[in-house]
Design a protein around this ligand. Structure first.
Ligand SMILES: Cc1cc2nc3c(=O)[nH]c(=O)nc-3n(C[C@H](O)[C@H](O)[C@H](O)COP(=O)(O)OP(=O)(O)OC[C@H]3O[C@@H](n4cnc5c(N)ncnc54)[C@H](O)[C@@H]3O)c2cc1C
Length: 394
């Protein structure tokens, strides 16, 4: 028996013995998704699943063991994913720590910063938010005005961030600040890590069309941030910011699958259209469902190929804009289709006339409208693809 076959057997046994039974069931609500952190209390079984997986480093299976990760190679990580899939197990942890700032720190940060921040991410102890956007700096991010003025070993940070997803539930923020206002706009920016409990930080939630309030305005009023929390060099944060955006775009493209075991689109279609000869009864909708499923599968396979290349040491490049664009546009089509094929039942907001899947179809559709804005708009991704992937002129 090969080592990998043995690893599969051990993994099967371990998962069967340690995964709480409820982690194999569909999510009861978004509250069941574990983002970790100090501010939110999760149901006991969700917390237990996080703890046992974190103990083995399997919340971040391929990260190095020295920082608390699982230290698995590519093949082992795939086996773990496959075995979790067979049991329909939910991921034990999600969030910007695992998908954005963790990979970035592993790639770019000093040893001290890695040792300080990576293990708490793996254990789900610290939840992170992203402080990039400002009222006058979205697509034109380099126009940001939040100032950081040096005072001994600290920066004093003053300004405002906006659309900060989960700022009210996060413990730390990674943010961009202007440290040299006299320099050309891309050259005076620094990438820093900030404890959200620092005096001078305040957050105010913003309500979305879907009824949820996942993000906030964040006000920074003379906040002290130690210069030891700078990632990369002072005034050279733009390069770090762009490296992080590569991780963010891949994460967003990926975020729409795997959240719920099973396939809500196909299940909803079966329920509302019925089946004939084991196929969806309506041929027009059947085509549309098949097209979305095929497009999603192509994207998933392409992302997997890119992730393998990243694990082999390549940094994410401008091609991540393709993932972001294609992933979000596909998700928008999927959500629209779900509402469409549910007919009148796809228009529910609340009340006994609609079941949970129908209500979430409506709200998820409304939420999906933001997919092509958050993390960089579709127009901006198309600009990047045109210039930096296809090499077209300005
Ligand atoms: C749900 C959601 C969550 C978010 N979470 C976060 C977060 O956690 N942290 C964070 O920092 N930010 C976050 N954002 C902010 C997001 O990154 C910005 O909204 C986005 O970058 C667009 O910036 P803007 O809103 O200023 O729009 P603008 O830049 O003002 O763009 C307005 C319109 O003009 C178009 N446009 C602008 N410039 C060009 C150009 N050069 N060529 C062609 N078209 C152009 C845009 O595509 C868009 O359609 C979030 C946004 C949303 C909707």
């Amino acid at each position: 028996m090969t080592d990998l076959e043995q690893f599969r057997i051990d993994t099967q046994k371990w998962l069967a013995a340690n995964a709480p039974a409820s982690m194999r069931e569909p999510l009861r609500s978004d509250d069941d998704i574990c983002w970790g952190g100090r501010k939110v209390k999760y149901p006991a079984d969700v917390q237990r699943w996080l703890d046992v997986m974190a103990e083995r480093g399997w919340t971040a299976p391929t990260w190095p063991r020295e920082y608390g990760g699982g230290g698995l190679n590519k093949a082992e990580a795939r086996v773990l994913k496959e075995e979790m899939g067979k049991l329909r197990l939910r991921p034990p942890l999600t969030g910007f720590g695992l998908s954005m700032i963790g990979p970035l720190l592993l790639q770019e940060a000093s040893e001290d910063l890695k040792r300080a921040h990576i293990p708490p991410i793996v254990r789900g102890e610290i939840r992170w938010c992203q402080g990039y956007s400002e009222p006058g700096a979205g697509s034109d991010l380099a126009s940001l005005q939040t100032r950081a003025v040096r005072d001994g070993d600290d920066f004093i940070v003053t300004g405002q961030k906006v659309w900060t997803s989960y700022a009210d539930k996060s413990d730390w923020m990674f943010l961009l600040v202007r440290t040299d206002p006299a320099a050309p706009k891309h050259l005076g920016i620094t990438f820093v890590l900030m404890d959200m409990t620092s005096p001078g930080v305040s957050v105010k939630p913003i309500r979305l069309i879907s009824g949820a309030s996942p993000f906030c305005e964040t006000f920074l009023d003379g906040v002290r941030v130690p210069t030891s929390q700078v990632v990369g060099e002072i005034n050279a944060g733009w390069t770090i910011a762009k490296a992080l955006l590569g991780h963010e775009r891949t994460m967003i493209a990926e975020a729409f699958k795997d959240r719920v075991p099973g396939n809500p689109l196909v299940e909803l279609a079966r329920k509302h259209l019925g089946e004939a000869d084991g196929r969806l009864a309506d041929p027009v909708y059947r085509d549309q469902v098949a097209q979305v499923e095929m497009d999603q599968t192509c994207l998933d396979l392409t992302i997997r190929r890119a992730q393998d290349s990243m694990k082999a040491g390549h940094k994410p490049g401008p091609e991540t804009s393709i993932f972001k664009y294609y992933g979000t546009e596909t998700n928008k089509r999927r959500r629209e289709l779900m509402v469409d094929l549910a007919g009148q039942q796809g228009l529910g907001w609340e009340g006994a006339g609609f079941d949970a899947a129908e209500l979430s179809a409506t709200r998820d559709w409304l939420r999906s409208r933001a997919n092509s804005i958050e993390g960089g708009t579709s127009e901006i991704q198309l600009n990047i693809i045109a210039k930096r992937v296809l090499g077209l002129p300005d």
